[in-house]
Design a protein around this ligand. Structure first.
Ligand code: URA
Length: 440
């Protein structure tokens, strides 16, 4: 077999067979197929796509390039949640303890931020002492004693995806349904959970910009999960506007603690409630209504906050920062962004807001870049809010004073102020199960 022939076959719209996909993925992972040939193949896939059979085969082969985690030492049914990425997306920090407080079990491996999107591992590491690199036994012990543990991806989970993702990131081939579906689901097939809730984001800050593409991606991933014997459900959630009011690592931890303390922004609360409800429903905790009530109660009675503090302490973190978030270090430099006109905020480009936060030091340009935990943005005004010219719409925080001006320009570019009040923001667009699409 020659990679040249496979590239040509895909370029011409052909279907790759299982042995051909195996040859290509294993060869790229072991280094016998070079980056330049894989780049050409990724671009051919980007243009010509793959059918469901090709995507499923590629996912299974990618999962088998590394370890398949055995979580059978964890008692009970494990539920995982995975987001396709976004800006201000701190839902894992909120729904993991809600589900744990309601008797669910969450054994979760999360990623770091890359590009304009943030990553849960970076957010958690902004809590002093929190370790995301604990070993397998400690991970299992933490889940058994706290009902939840969130760690970074262990070294050898789907190594094919690690190499492919890095290559996609520099070859403009990230936003492709077969490539995103196989990337995410190869890790889900390897990570040992019994149930999966997928949070497929849609809009300007998501990889999928349209609802139809987001639904197609969700259906593809649900079919892969179900085909592998894992009950899988997806929600399509809004990422046209950043989620909540905070972007940036410790700023997002602080906002998440507000939600766990019964406060926090309405959009973030609603998305988290819907995700947590669906996770509890998936593992059979009751009807949708009962699961929602359970999730709300865990906030009201403080049990979700306690579950988070317990997990953080078990992983070496200082939970006093969570109880009193004033203890978090603040960025030394800040700048207030003012409204450029009177009117309503009619659009926020979430991707550009994310890029502004990377400029401030909250994210990574490349895998090697360092990040500053207190850097980021607090958005005082969001989509749908009425503003007056000169009023503060956001505050930028940074440890790198010289980044403020560029970040301000980027943020201003992200905001559109119009003369008419826009329609209310829709937060959850659809729920996808095997062979079922429910649009809201
Ligand atoms: N997250 C992933 O893990 N992979 C993708 O391709 C996109 C988002």
């Amino acid at each position: 077999m020659r990679m040249y022939d496979l590239i040509m076959k895909k370029r011409n719209g052909g279907k790759l067979s299982q042995p051909e996909i195996k040859y290509m993925i294993e060869g790229y992972t072991d280094g016998s197929i070079p980056d330049y040939q894989m780049s050409a193949m990724l671009m051919a896939i980007w243009f010509k796509g793959m059918d469901d059979e090709e995507i499923t085969e590629m996912t299974k082969i990618m999962a088998r390039t590394g370890d398949i985690i055995d979580l059978s030492d964890i008692k009970g049914l494990k539920v995982d949640k995975h987001s396709t990425g976004g800006v201000g997306d701190k839902t894992t920090l909120i729904i993991t303890p809600i589900v744990a407080a309601c008797g669910g079990i969450v054994a979760k491996m999360s990623g770091r931020g890359l590009g304009h999107t943030g990553g849960t591992v970076d957010k958690l590491e902004s809590i002093p002492g929190y370790r995301t690199d604990i070993d397998r036994q400690k991970f299992i012990d933490t889940v058994n004693s706290c009902g939840a543990s969130v760690i970074g991806q262990t070294g050898n989970i789907a190594p094919a995806d690690k190499k492919l993702y890095a290559l996609r990131d520099v070859t403009a081939t990230v936003d492709s349904i077969p490539l995103i579906a196989s990337s995410i689901m190869s890790k889900k097939l390897a990570d040992g959970s019994d149930y999966i809730l997928l949070d497929v984001t849609t809009g300007s800050g998501a990889f999928m910009k349209t609802l139809d593409d987001s639904i197609k991606l969700a259906q593809t991933m649900v079919n892969i999960g179900e085909g592998a014997g894992k009950k899988t459900v997806a929600l399509i959630t809004d990422m046209d506007v950043p989620l909540g009011h905070a972007i940036g690592n410790s700023l997002e931890v602080i906002e998440s603690m507000e939600v766990l303390k019964g406060r926090g922004p309405a959009d973030l609360i609603e998305v988290c409630m819907q995700l947590a409800t669906n996770m509890l429903y998936l593992i059979g905790k009751g009807s949708v209504e009962e699961c929602r009530n359970m999730a709300e109660k865990s906030i009201k009675d403080g049990s979700a906050l306690e579950a988070f503090c317990k997990m953080v302490e078990a992983q070496g973190g200082d939970a006093s920062y969570l109880r009193d978030t004033d203890k978090f270090e603040r960025a030394p430099y800040s700048l207030e962004v003012k409204a450029a006109a009177d009117g309503w905020i009619t659009h926020m480009n979430a991707e550009k807001c994310g890029i502004a936060s990377v400029e401030l030091g909250a994210g990574r340009e490349t895998k090697e870049s360092s990040i500053d935990f207190p850097a980021g943005i607090i958005m005082q005004k969001k989509y749908g809010d009425k503003v007056k010219k000169g009023e503060t719409i956001a505050t930028l925080y940074t440890c790198r004073e010289d980044s403020l001006k560029d970040a301000e320009a980027l943020y201003q570019e992200a905001i559109t102020i119009g003369n008419e009040e826009p329609a209310p923001e829709k937060l959850v667009f659809a729920r996808i199960e095997k062979d079922k699409v429910e649009r809201f």
